[in-house]
Design a protein around this ligand. Structure first.
Ligand code: ACO
Length: 309
């Protein structure tokens, strides 16, 4: 009966075991998982754009090869995650449609511009660093295919983070102009990186239920604090500062205190009114349209193969 199924589901969660595609799950759990996985997949795909802008202008062959590999990884993560969403009954074409029509979200962070090459380094260091902070606990998320996808994704994100930090270290050993470029990029990305973790716990509608279902293992504010604590010593080692006069060690809490985040900015960017939202979606729409003939050809080929088999 429905009651037995519900009890079995809850028991599985309580024992820290995984929910698998064929298992019964409450409709709301399925809906939440599809929402989160789709938003995550969209973020990876849209996230190719800000850095992709620099592939043709990377300053050396080595930097170009690294950047190409990184952006290609993001495409892989997106496809991997769309596949995970299909195990819940979602349809990839439908999800892409919803992204292009603004009916599904993607991370706010990818709506900021990348005017200098230092942005590539700072995205690796801070944005991918924040992504790792958020995603490592998701390796223990209750939905099996998502949790398993996170393991590989986190390994690759670690490489992305290291390449960003190494790039910045190199620039910091360069000229004054290069050091200024790094500091300027850090100033622009610091606050948006903190916003990646989502609204404060008191204003996060999904956290309580997602924690109860063990989809999320920590709240938005917990992970944000963890990210601040790990970033400050890295900034010191690099020789840059964060644009926050209230950032200081609090011995009593054993954490860094930090200033008030401009939540109105996060709301604006999530609702489509960030610096690059229109440009990002337009580019995605164009890629989708220009790829239509490939999808048609692949479908025709598959149908022909099927007919002759
Ligand atoms: N950008 C865009 N949307 C956001 C952001 C953000 N930075 N933060 C929160 N939101 C959205 C939520 O997705 C939710 O959307 P909904 O209206 O569809 O319900 C809404 O704002 C309210 O937020 P929460 O209740 O806190 O939502 P949730 O519990 O899902 O937590 C979080 C948000 C932390 C982002 C979670 O979904 C998550 O961990 N996702 C997986 C990681 C991910 O998507 N990372 C993408 C960026 S990293 C990268 O791709 C390199």
């Amino acid at each position: 009966s429905e009651e037995d199924l519900q009890a079995h589901f809850e028991h599985t969660i309580a024992r820290d075991q995984r929910i698998e595609p064929r298992d019964w799950m409450p409709e709301a759990y399925r809906k939440t998982m599809i929402r989160q996985i789709a938003q995550h997949a969209h973020s990876e795909i849209i996230g190719m754009q800000p850095e992709g802008n620099w592939i043709t202008r990377a300053p050396s062959l080595r930097r170009k090869a690294i950047l190409l590999a990184k952006v290609q990884d993001e495409a892989g993560h997106g496809l991997y995650l769309y596949s995970a969403s299909t195990t819940l009954g979602a349809d990839r074409a439908d999800l892409t449609d919803k992204l292009i029509n603004g009916r599904q979200k993607y991370s706010s962070i990818f709506n900021y511009p990348t005017p200098t090459f230092a942005d590539v380094g700072v995205i690796g260091w801070l944005v991918d660093g924040a992504a790792i902070c958020n995603q490592v606990p998701l390796c223990r998320s209750s939905y099996g295919p998502y949790a398993r996808a996170m393991i590989r994704i986190c390994k690759e994100e670690s490489f992305h983070q290291r390449q960003g930090y190494e790039l910045l270290m190199t620039m910091m050993r360069g000229t004054d102009a290069q050091r200024e470029m790094v500091q300027d990029a850090v100033n622009r990305w610091w606050w948006p990186s903190l916003m990646m973790f989502g609204p404060p716990d008191a204003e996060s509608p999904n956290t309580a239920q997602s924690m109860a279902w063990k989809i999320k293992r920590h709240t938005n504010d917990e992970l944000r604090q963890r990210f601040v604590d790990m970033s400050v010593p890295q900034a010191e080692a690099l020789g840059v500062t964060f644009p926050d006069p209230d950032l200081k060690w609090n011995a009593e809490r054993g954490h860094y205190d930090f200033g008030e985040i401009d939540w109105s900015e996060l709301k604006r960017v999530i609702s489509g009114d960030g610096p690059c939202n229109a440009e990002r979606i337009e580019r995605r729409r164009k890629a989708q349209e220009e790829g239509a003939w490939v999808r048609e050809a692949a479908a025709a080929h598959a149908a022909k193969k099927g007919a002759s088999a």
